[in-house]
Design a protein around this ligand. Sequence first.
Ligand code: SF4
Ligand code: SF4
Length: 204
Amino acid sequence: MSSNLGKYRNNFLREVAANVEEGGWVKMCMQCGVCSGSCPLGPHWEHPPQEIFMMIRANQREEVLTSSSMWFCTSCYNCIARCPRELPITHIMHGLAHYAKRLGIAPKDQRTAKFAQLFWDNLFTKGRVNELKLGLRLYFMDGFVAGIKTALKMQKVGLGMWKTQRMDPLEILGGHGCKDLKGLQAALNKARQIEEQKAAKFQG
Ligand code: SF4
Ligand code: SF4
């Protein structure tokens, strides 16, 4: 297992509070289980939200950060609407997934993580999402043959989008960018640098 897992075992709750979006809320969880019971995907997760929060408090760093559970959150907000302690559960789930990815210990075969990376790379290139390129990248994520099969299966949808001007085939040539692309990229790089410095402090 990655060396990133070996360090900082004794205070995972504090690490989560410092590095994970809205992570400071985890300590407020009273383990009532309403979130897990409300989550439409809860029964299919290895660890539903209430269990993830319990594991964080029990210092189960490796089990939490290598879990695929957080990656299944669909942002339906059922849990947030019902939590008696008003924890921002959805944001914490995504924050945990993001933190695990930053540390390089997210499950490697996680398709949501792959999609997130494709989306980010696409957005970073021009400052706007090029939907045509993103769609094609997704189709061909599992190789050329699988990509052709998916493209053929989705051809009616693609044609419909083109006819209703929801997709421009010329986007393949590059598409529109935002006005100050260099400025945006510099800001995003700076934000990433700050996050990495924060995480490194807790790793050392
Ligand atoms: S509903 Fe809120 S308080 Fe209850 S277990 Fe879930 S996060 Fe904790
Ligand atoms: S927002 Fe995520 S964690 Fe909350 S109920 Fe929906 S799928 Fe489950």
